[in-house]
Design a protein around this ligand. Structure first.
Ligand SMILES: *Cc1c(COP(=O)(O)O)cnc(C)c1O
Length: 341
């Protein structure tokens, strides 16, 4: 009675292999909730495709991918900061590459681990972390082991930006160039143009790039008739009409229905927001669960491991034990089970 991610294993792995052969120097990214698969699965798959390095988000995740059997290089993407004891302890680990994004951190790192393997991050149009071009002048690498420059681009990265930054950096110090978010053709162009070793970190397009191979389902745990005005749930709100309460697996512990701001670009997306706003104004909000081909509203906010849905009118046509489709945001969902098919 679980929230399940089903994987069409052969086709999913075919996709991993295809992307890997299209992207020479691919570095799988395994961070956070492991894109819905968990870090253990991703570490295992990265070993299986013989990736020579894997990238994690934070130092704490290094142990997790290693316990899962990943034995090669691990790149920590979040740049090192003074006071991060876990990351600092890993500086002298010969299989860990640390990202550095401020000149003063180079000196601090070399004082603690003179031979630490580092890559230097360049500030991009993301404006998240990184050295500015002005800061590149007079950069002092001390005796640190230089693993190259790293460029983290916005979701649709531009070849021009990557190339300009890389050239400026390579003029200061030659080395490998690590990028993210370029499309495959642009990445291959960059690779030939720069004439240095290049690597591309990929998470989403690797693990979630063949959505037709992934299915997410919840299990029906209970179905009850309810009449208009009857109270229900923790909050004892009243049923708006006669209908049915359907209890399904999947709740806050799984990351179900966690809202995050959506970048509002298209009118269509705005339309969705308006529709959801109207539902909310009516005291209901649309759940990600589909019953009878329609997304149904929550009867009340999701519980820890299950959610109560409201279906007005006739019997919803589901029974205890049935599996129903659920739309999951893969970077926030924790599945109870992965079914390898
Ligand atoms: C998360 C991350 C990636 C991978 O991003 P995806 O969009 O999942 O491919 C690459 N590089 C850095 C620095 C990241 O933080």
């Amino acid at each position: 009675m679980t929230l399940t991610l089903s994987v069409d294993t052969r086709r999913w792995r075919d996709h991993l292999r295809t992307l890997q052969s299209d992207v020479p120097g691919l570095v799988p990214v395994a961070k956070g909730n492991g894109y819905g698969f968990g870090l253990e699965v991703l570490a295992r798959e990265a070993m299986r495709i013989r990736a020579s390095a894997i990238a994690v988000g934070v130092a704490e995740e290094v142990t997790q991918v290693r316990l899962a059997g990943y034995t090669r290089d691990v790149v920590v993407l979040n740049p090192w900061r003074p006071g991060d004891a876990v990351h600092t302890a890993l500086l002298s680990d010969p299989r860990v590459v640390t990202t550095v994004s401020r000149p003063e951190d180079l000196a601090a790192i070399s004082a603690q681990a003179p031979r630490a393997r580092v890559q230097l991050e360049l500030l991009t149009s993301m404006r998240r972390h990184g050295l500015t071009l002005e800061q590149l002048e007079g950069i002092d690498l001390h005796d640190l082991t230089f693993e190259g420059w790293t460029i983290h681009l916005p979701a649709t990265g531009s070849l021009t930006e990557a190339e300009e930054l890389a050239r400026a950096a390579l003029a200061v110090h030659r080395g490998a160039v690590w990028v993210s978010h370029l499309d495959v053709a642009d990445y291959r162009l960059l690779r030939t143009r720069l004439g240095v070793q290049t690597r591309m970190r990929i998470g989403t397009r690797l693990w979630l790039g063949a959505p037709e191979t992934l299915t997410t389902r919840a299990t029906v745990l209970d179905v009850h008739r309810i009449t208009r005005g009857q109270r229900l749930g923790y909050h004892q709100s009243r049923a708006p009409r006669d209908g049915w309460i359907v209890v399904v697996s999947g709740g806050t512990a799984h990351g179900i229905a966690l809202a995050a701001p959506v970048p509002q670009r298209s009118l269509r997306q705005r339309g969705v927001t308006v529709a959801e706003g109207l539902l909310e104004a009516a005291g209901q909000s649309l759940s990600p669960f589909t019953l009878g081909r329609r997304k149904r509203p929550f009867a009340e906010p999701p519980h820890m491991h299950s959610s109560m849905l409201f279906v007005p009118g006739r019997h919803p046509g589901v029974a205890v034990g049935d599996e129903v489709p659920v739309t999951c945001r893969m970077t926030t969902t924790r599945f109870d089970q992965i079914a390898w098919r």
